[in-house]
Design a protein around this ligand. Structure first.
Ligand SMILES: [Zn+2]
Length: 245
């Protein structure tokens, strides 16, 4: 039996039996592991193993099974559970991470992204709509589904004026190529939306931008559609979040 210390974020918890709990931990290295916690509800450890706690876990590992021995809370995003909308959005982020880490292992950028996103929505300094859109586009890019916004997808030249974007194709066109090709899928992006998408894809501080309401609405629609289309699925937590507003 191996004994090890791992830092990570609890992204799912399931209670079972009298006082036992399974937690899903997204580790600092971006790996997702399931941990069995015995006597979870009564133990002094309970503050460190709730959903949206970032903690240091001391684990026993046997094959690919982990059992909790000790846990120390480093930072709690437990505050996100105090507001139903923020909690629902956090659960959506956790579900996105759960799904996207099925096929990708050891991607530390995913852990960093969800930690930034939880901090941004719990501090409430940025609009939920902005954080959600940036999270969706960035997680897709991290997982290898980045759109190409650097040049026209047809003539391969830089686009200097009006930009058209297709969610399905994940590329942009300039006006001449859009008129020549007649791509029905391509919608005109506002310059704010286009700049915001480029910022999200290239910057570390992905939430550090502001947008007018029309561009923010467009960004929000495009990023959500882009994610759902390219993953070919929906999310129960997203459906629930949308019932709240
Ligand atoms: Zn072109």
């Amino acid at each position: 039996m191996q004994h090890q210390k791992i830092k990570g974020l609890v992204i799912r918890e399931t209670n079972f039996g009298e006082a036992n709990r399974y937690i899903t931990v997204l580790t600092e290295q971006g790996m997702k592991i399931e941990v069995l916690c015995k006597n979870a509800r009564n133990s002094r450890l309970s503050a460190a193993i709730r959903i949206f706690c970032f903690s240091e876990f001391t684990l026993y590992q046997r094959n690919d099974k982990y059992t909790l021995n000790d846990a120390m809370l480093i930072h709690s995003f437990w505050g996100v559970t105090q507001n139903v909308e923020i909690y629902a959005l956090s659960c959506y982020f956790a579900e996105c991470v759960t799904v996207l880490t099925e096929s990708i292992e050891h991607e530390p950028q995913i852990t960093k992204l969800i930690l930034y996103a939880l901090r941004a929505i719990s501090e409430q300094k940025r609009e939920q709509k902005l954080v959600k859109a940036a999270f969706e586009l960035k997680i897709m890019a991290i997982c290898g589904f980045s759109p190409d916004l650097s040049r026209c997808g047809a003539c391969l030249k830089p686009v200097e004026n009006q930009v058209y974007f297709s969610v399905r194709e994940g590329v942009i066109l300039d006006k001449t190529c859009k008129e020549r090709i007649g791509g029905k899928d391509f919608v005109a992006l506002s310059s704010g939306t286009y700049q915001a998408m480029k910022h999200i894809l290239s910057s570390e501080k992905i939430f550090a931008f502001t947008l007018g309401q029309d561009s923010l609405n467009q960004l929000s629609i495009i990023c959500e559609q882009y994610m759902l289309y390219h993953l070919g699925r929906g999310f129960a937590s997203l459906d629930f979040y949308k019932t709240l507003y």
